[in-house]
Design a protein around this ligand. Structure first.
Ligand code: ATP
Ligand code: MG
Ligand code: MG
Ligand code: MG
Length: 480
């Protein structure tokens, strides 16, 4: 089944169950001080859950563009290294605002997966909330358990704690237990070695979560206590690309038709083959993923810039350029050339991509060229540093200056030094980074909630994430 049909089957299934199909909200949020980008399907409906606004229909279905690159949900570092977390992805959802509840949500999810999509029920696991013995003293979600029992064998219903099976919007507001659906798409041989239930929620690339059904039945009051909600709501989110992986019988989101046209185009442009060498594969996945995030952001009106959301987008694009430069040997702009394939692939579902194609190409090309110039200048400076280095180790201070003042990525410094048979004083570099961090920490307040103010100044966020990225990258570089 083609991805396009998978998406429309989802929407029409819920339309038949009396849901209104609504288009995805823009991914970039302009007037929400608590969130830069939509990072889950429920974000655009926040006001309905809080009771501040009324939907026209209390049943809605959609495919929402989500971006998880900052705040509580930041998957950026996984992207390219694993095969099922993206920066931008689509979240398929069905919503009940004070209408149907657990029974229907569970029965319909099951009907859709096993009857409409025809997924073998022997590859599915579901989880339910086990209750908590903390101050909330919550009971186990026996309701959900009993409904699931009508559809699936009991040894496939797993119990989970608050971390995985209780969903809260923030310090206050609607919240409740959730049930997640996981698939096990390993080969029979692999399955014989370890039972699937032991791998659920363990970051196994073929035992992955596909759908989260949230049952909002409590309200967390300002004093921290819980009360029952008068109106109960359903909020579900299914990862579209992961669903495509399952239905197309492949082992990675990147092997679905959502990504293969992009990957083929990258292969043609770079003359590299996907599926042969690990670091080339990582780079190709990074680029295929990031071009989507950047293109969709520009289509939504968020151009790369030096502050706030624009800076996050610039960083994503630069990450893609860096991987192309380092592992695919691409020294000139090429990512903009993927926009054509992308808009052909996604333009029907998301017409903004077609409408803005020319602008998206121009902006990406310009950004790529300007960052490549920075890289060129950095290389000249690095060569000078190498010449001046008397022993076999380049000091952390010098590397930091290159990184901090000239924007030259540290992973590239490490790679180039390695090629020249030199070492980098990583400890010294980390020490400089820490110093810079403490200088910039003052103004930023980091919160782990979705709906509390994350940072006073969005630029501060960048500094933190950039520093973190620099550290992590070094580790990653060693791995690749
Ligand atoms: P995971 O545990 O795999 O990180 P999650 O629990 O963070 O997923 P939810 O917040 O429950 O994800 O989102 C609902 C669904 O969206 C998930 O079941 C998954 O299918 C999908 N999803 C979540 N994060 C990503 C991502 N970064 N890329 C692609 N799909 C994702
Ligand atoms: Mg996650
Ligand atoms: Mg999860
Ligand atoms: Mg989840």
């Amino acid at each position: 089944m083609k991805s396009q049909d998978i998406r429309s089957k989802f929407l029409s299934f819920f339309e038949e169950k009396k849901h209104s199909i609504v288009p995805s909200a823009p991914m970039v949020l302009k007037d929400d001080p608590t969130l830069m980008f939509v990072n889950s399907g429920m974000a655009p409906f926040k006001e309905y859950f809080l009771g501040n606004a009324q939907p026209k229909n209390n049943r809605i279905t959609d495919s929402q563009k989500c971006l998880r690159v900052s705040g509580k949900h930041n998957d950026l570092e996984e992207v390219g290294y694993d095969t099922y977390h993206h920066t931008l992805f689509e979240m398929l959802g069905n919503w009940s605002f004070g209408d149907y509840f657990k029974k229907e949500a569970i029965a319909w999810a099951w009907e859709l997966l096993t009857e409409v999509y025809g997924i073998d029920k022997d590859i599915l696991y579901v989880t339910v909330f086990e209750g908590s013995e903390d101050a909330d003293n919550l009971p186990m979600d026996t309701e959900a358990y009993d409904f699931w029992k009508q559809h699936i064998a009991e040894d496939r219903i797993l119990k989970g704690d608050k971390k995985d099976n209780f969903w809260e919007m923030g310090d206050q507001g609607p919240c409740g237990p959730c049930s997640e659906i996981h698939v096990d798409i390993r080969s029979a041989e692999e399955k014989a070695k370890v039972p699937g239930k032991e791998l659920v929620n363990q970051d196994h690339p073929q035992v992955v979560e596909i759908w989260n059904l949230v049952f909002m039945q409590y309200n967390r009051k300002a004093n921290g206590s819980l009360e029952n909600l008068p109106d109960k709501h359903i909020d579900t989110g299914m990862g579209f690309e992961r669903l495509c992986m399952v239905l197309q019988g492949v082992q990675s989101n990147y092997d679905t038709d959502v990504f293969t046209p992009l990957i083929r185009e990258i292969e043609t442009i770079t003359k590299k083959k996907y599926g042969k060498v690990e670091n080339v594969d990582v780079a190709i996945r990074v680029i295929a993923d990031h071009v989507r995030a950047v293109a969709f952001s520009i289509a939504d009106g968020q151009l790369p810039s030096n502050t706030g959301a624009g800076y996050v987008i610039r960083r994503i694009l630069r990450r893609a350029v860096r991987y192309g430069f380092t592992f695919l040997n691409k020294k000139e702009a090429f990512i903009y050339r993927l926009v054509d394939v992308l808009s052909k692939k996604m333009g029907n579902a998301f017409p903004e991509l077609k409408a803005q194609k020319q602008l998206i190409e121009n902006v990406i090309k310009e950004e790529e060229q300007s960052f490549l110039r920075t890289l060129d200048q950095g290389l000249v400076l690095l060569n000078r540093i190498v010449e001046e280095t008397k022993n076999d180790t380049v000091s952390g201070e010098k590397a930091f200056e290159l990184y901090d003042t000239y924007g030259f990525p540290i992973d590239l410094t490490a790679l180039i030094l390695n090629e020249k048979g030199l070492k980098l004083d990583e400890k010294g570099f980390d020490a400089e980074l820490q110093k810079q961090k403490s200088r910039s920490r003052a103004a930023s307040e980091v919160s782990t909630d979705d709906w509390t103010i994350l940072f006073d100044d969005a630029e501060e966020e960048f500094i933190g994430y950039d520093s973190l990225e620099a550290q992590v990258k070094l580790t990653r570089y060693r791995k690749v």
